[in-house]
Design a protein around this ligand. Sequence first.
Ligand SMILES: Nc1ncnc2c1ncn2[C@@H]1O[C@H](COP(=O)(O)OP(=O)(O)O)[C@@H](O)[C@H]1O
Ligand SMILES: [Mg+2]
Length: 359
Amino acid sequence: MCDSLKKLPPGVELETKRVLKQLAGSHRALAELKGFADIIPNKNILINAITINEAKDSSEIENIITTHDELYKAMSRENYKSSAAKEVVNYRTAVWHGYKQIKEKEFLSTNMMIEIQEFIESNRAGVRKLPGTVLKNKTTGEVIYTPPGSEQEILSLLANLEEYINNDADSVDPLIKLAVIHYQLECIHPFYDGNGRTGRIVNVLYMVLKNLLDSPILYLSKFIIINKTDYYRLLQEVTVQGQWEEWVLFMLKGIEETANETLTLIKKINESLKNTAEEIKNVLPKIYSRELVDLIFFEFYTKIPYIEQGLGVSRKTAAKYLSDLEDAGFLVSEKVGRERIYLNRELFGIVKNAGENRG
Ligand SMILES: Nc1ncnc2c1ncn2[C@@H]1O[C@H](COP(=O)(O)OP(=O)(O)O)[C@@H](O)[C@H]1O
Ligand SMILES: [Mg+2]
C-alpha cells in the first residue's frame, strides 16, 4: 500500500448532497463561536484555557495520559517530574508557536509543520529519513498501513499538500479541505512520532488561516477520543476503499459538535471573568484593576513576579495584592519550593469540568 498514496486533490466529487447539508450546520456553529470569541476583550485567556484541554486530549489519543492536577503542577513548577505532563505542556507551546506564525505569514508551510512537530517532541528529528514506519492495528498488531518510505517521496507529498492548503483556486469549501488535509497528512506520516498531534494542530491553524476563526480555540480531539474507533476506521476506509464521504462527514460533524461545546465553555469562562471582576471591585476596591483580573485569569495560577511585571508594581505590592485576593477567597495558594503559587480555583474547575465531561 505504500506506493498508493496519491497526490491531492482527491479525484472524486467531495461536495455531495449529504456533505453539503452537514456543511451548513458546521459553518453555522463555527460562525457563532467565532462571533462570540471576537467580542471577548482578552483572547489570550481563552486560548490558554481552551488549549490546555486540547493538549491533554490530543495527547491522550496517543496514550500520553495526564490529569489536570498534574498539568497544573507541570506548568507552574520547573523540573516537574512527569514527562507526560511536560509533553502536554509542549503541545500547547506548539499551538502558540504555530498560531503566531500563521498570523504573521498568512501561509501554512511544510516548515511550520516540521517546527510544530519539533515543539511537541522537543527534538529535531524532522522528516523521516529511514524506512520501517508502519501503522498497526492496536489490538491485533497487524500492519494496516505503510506510509511512504523515502524522504524524497515524503517531501514531494508534503510540497503537494502545502500547495493544496494554500491555493484556493479549486473553490472547494475550506472545511471539506480540512478533512482532506488531515487525512493526507496522517497518511504521509512524515515523522517518526507526533504525526497525529501535529495533524490536529494543523487543523486549527488551517481554520485560522482561512479566517474561519480568529484564535486557535476549536479542537476536535475530544470528539476524536469519544469516537476513536470511527476515527481510525474512517481514515483507513479512505485508503482502502476511497470512501471519502464518510470521512468528510465525520470531520464536519466533529466541527459542529465541538463548536457548540466550545461556545458553552467560553461563555462560562467569560461569565466567571465578569463576575470575579465585579466582586473584586466591590470587596477590594483599592486593589481592583481590569489588568489585575486579567492576570489572575491568564493561567489557572499566578505568581508574585507575574503580577509585578504585569502591573509594573513592586514585589511587595504584588505580594500584598495576591494575599488580599487569597484572604477574600478568590485564590488559593500553595508553597512550592521557595515560591508561592496562587490557583484560580474557579477557572481551574470550569476548564477541568469541560475536559472531563465526555459526552
Ligand atoms: N489507518 C490510518 N491511516 C492513516 N493515519 C492513521 C491511521 N491510523 C492512525 N492514523 C494516524 O496516526 C496517528 C498516530 O501517529 P503518531 O506518529 O504516533 O502520532 P502521535 O505521536 O501524535 O501519536 C493517529 O493519531 C492518527 O491520526
Ligand atoms: Mg505516537
